[in-house]
Write a protein that binds this ligand. Structure first.
Ligand SMILES: *[C@@H]1O[C@H](CO)[C@@H](O)[C@H](O)[C@H]1NC(C)=O
Ligand SMILES: *[C@@H]1O[C@H](CO)[C@@H](O)[C@H](O)[C@H]1NC(C)=O
Ligand SMILES: *[C@@H]1O[C@H](CO)[C@@H](O)[C@H](O)[C@H]1NC(C)=O
Length: 320
């Protein structure tokens, strides 16, 4: 153990972290975070989807069979192989042929009781996603966010992580020590954020209040950033909605006769502020316009409208 980690461990107790994502267990981003948090002394258990599961939101899908029909992404599991299992080189790395939300529930409901002696999970981390998950449109569509929300539903603090780097790379090709590798930048920033939070948590048994989670978005970093200058992005405290929050659209191409997914246009309802600090900059604006800056937003799973808004609708209903 090197001196840096020894000093960290002397102030922060080791935590148990369940780690998932939606791009699959063989991708570089998740492997880099796994390695970094273990090096910080934490107990990290990866329980991630076997294959790419982008856009599955909070859907809970379990394997349809005991074995898989086709070889998995990056050929990590051959056709006919088990639908869930362990990395032969690391018994704390598990895959599950399901969605991200299902993978986390597989961890909480099956692995933790049967393989880990019911150890208390302090945090579910999901990501870093290959691509940002910014604003309410992505909040409901993203499998990365879906897994974080699924854990918050279960009383386990959840944090979604997403990076602007889109590279769907295999960790065996791309996991190195290069400080300009975007996956490495994201992993180091994740560790920094968690060490700060765990230190502040102190003796408190829960890292976050009940029913609360966080959405973190990293900018283009390392080789992907302008002049390769973004190696240590600063933190910006943001809100999910607000200025420039984009939404999805379905665009018909008259020439090809095909439909395409559109994303990027801002729609007014996505900027409405009923809750939280309305003066904060939106995570969308920070992630796209602030350059070398990471956005941190806080969400609750209490999706009821605030009282004045609900009352307005209640009087409109007129039945109460
Ligand atoms: C874990 O907790 C579950 C539910 O509380 C219980 O049924 C099970 O026996 C426990 N397993 C261990 C290994 O303690
Ligand atoms: C993208 O992934 C490929 C293959 O894994 C790798 O060779 C390449 O360096 C990566 N590019 C970036 C910008 O990370
Ligand atoms: C529409 O389809 C044509 C033909 O495939 C393609 O060349 C063009 O780039 C498409 N336009 C847009 C806006 O995607």
């Amino acid at each position: 153990m090197n001196l840096k980690y020894f000093l960290l461990l002397s102030v922060v107790a080791a935590k148990t972290i369940l780690l998932t994502n939606d791009d699959g267990w063989g991708t570089t981003n998740i492997r880099a975070v796994y390695r970094e948090l273990k090096a910080s002394g934490h107990k990290v258990i990866m329980t991630a989807p076997l294959n790419q599961q982008s856009g599955t939101g909070g859907t809970v899908k379990v394997p349809k069979d005991k074995t898989i029909d086709e070889e998995s992404d990056f050929n990590l599991v051959p056709a006919g192989g088990p639908a869930w299992g362990q990395d032969p080189e690391d018994s704390d790395i598990w895959y599950f042929d399901g969605t991200p939300a299902a993978s986390i529930l597989f961890g909480l409901d099956y692995l933790i009781p049967t393989k880990y002696d019911n150890i208390t999970v302090d945090l579910v981390l999901s990501g870093p996603n290959e691509g940002n998950n910014i604003g309410n449109g992505y909040f409901v569509a993203s499998g990365t966010v879906g897994a974080a929300v699924a854990s918050v539903f279960r009383g386990v603090p959840g944090m979604a992580l997403s990076g602007a780097n889109l590279n769907h790379s295999f960790y065996q090709d791309s996991l190195d020590e290069d400080p300009l590798n975007p996956s490495i930048v994201y992993a180091k920033k994740t560790a920094q954020l968690l060490e700060s939070m765990f230190e502040k948590q102190g003796e408190n048994p829960s890292l976050l209040p009940l029913g609360v989670g966080m959405n973190v978005n990293f900018p283009k970093a390392g080789y992907e950033s302008e002049n390769e200058a973004c190696v240590d992005p600063e933190w910006t405290w943001t809100r999910l909605t607000g200025q420039s929050t984009p939404g999805f659209s379905v665009n018909f191409n008259e020439t090809s006769g095909e439909f395409a997914l559109g994303y990027g246009q801002s729609y007014k309802p996505l900027t409405v502020c009923y809750n939280g600090d309305c003066s904060l900059t939106s995570e969308s604006y920070v992630t796209t316009e602030f350059g070398c800056s990471s956005a941190i937003s806080v969400f609750t799973i209490d999706w009821d409208a605030p009282l004045n808004v609900a009352d307005e609708v209640k009087s409109l209903v007129g039945l109460f």
